[in-house]
Design a protein around this ligand. Structure first.
Ligand SMILES: *[C@@H]1O[C@H](CO)[C@@H](O)[C@H](O)[C@H]1NC(C)=O
Length: 192
């Protein structure tokens, strides 16, 4: 039995590496898989696990391309659906990453209300507060990117709108949540 042990360990290690998330969209990172009809009240998402792959909290809406908000037509940068984080709302997904590696979390966001908005982006235990800028791109969406160090192999990625406004539906639209491994420049010992 004993000589087999190293192989067994190797297998364990490699299967763990294989399970770490690949670069690109998170599972259902573009929200194309939506809640069942019964989990929607109008556009509001009911229940914390209604959107496949995600856990939600607070006032979250499921937005379809072309939906109207007053006189404004809501467009979605990728696919046909996005979500909106209203008052104190958040979305969360637990992902497997490689511990000790730096990643960048990217997503698209669009403001739909006039007031200032901020998003608290976190990869437990790290977080960063990103101010939402005025719309720079022609379709009203901008890309945001936040870098973090994976402190463990299982990380909760959270995008949270800490804002509280009179209209609970005010808050940024979010789409295309993706992750990418960052490769720091290699240190070399060569002297010039
Ligand atoms: C941001 O979120 C993290 C994780 O949920 C929390 O620990 C931190 O206090 C929050 N920071 C702000 C400024 O809201």
């Amino acid at each position: 039995m004993l000589p087999l042990l190293p192989y067994f360990l190797l297998l364990c290690i490699s299967s763990q590496l294989a399970a770490a998330l690949k670069d690109g969209l998170l599972p259902n990172g573009n929200f194309e898989q939506g809640p069942r009809r019964s989990a929607l009240r109008g556009t509001q998402v009911i229940g914390h696990e209604a959107i496949p792959q995600w856990q939600t909290a607070g006032f979250v809406e499921y937005i379809q391309w072309g939906q109207k908000q007053g006189d404004m037509l809501l467009v979605v940068p990728e696919g046909s659906f996005a979500i909106r984080l209203g008052n104190d709302a958040s979305i969360k997904q637990r992902v497997r990453l490689t511990e000790g590696v730096r990643y960048s979390l990217t997503f698209s966001a669009a403001r739909t209300c006039a007031q200032e908005e901020r998003l608290n982006v976190s990869a437990s235990p790290e977080f960063g507060v990103l101010p939402m800028q005025t719309m720079y791109s022609s379709n009203g969406w901008d890309s945001y990117s936040w870098a973090f160090l994976a402190k463990s192999a299982a990380v909760d990625l959270v995008i949270h709108n800490p804002g509280v406004s009179e209209d609970p539906a005010c808050g940024p639209l979010i789409d295309s949540v993706a992750i990418r491994q960052l490769f720091p420049p290699r240190r070399t010992n060569s002297k010039t």
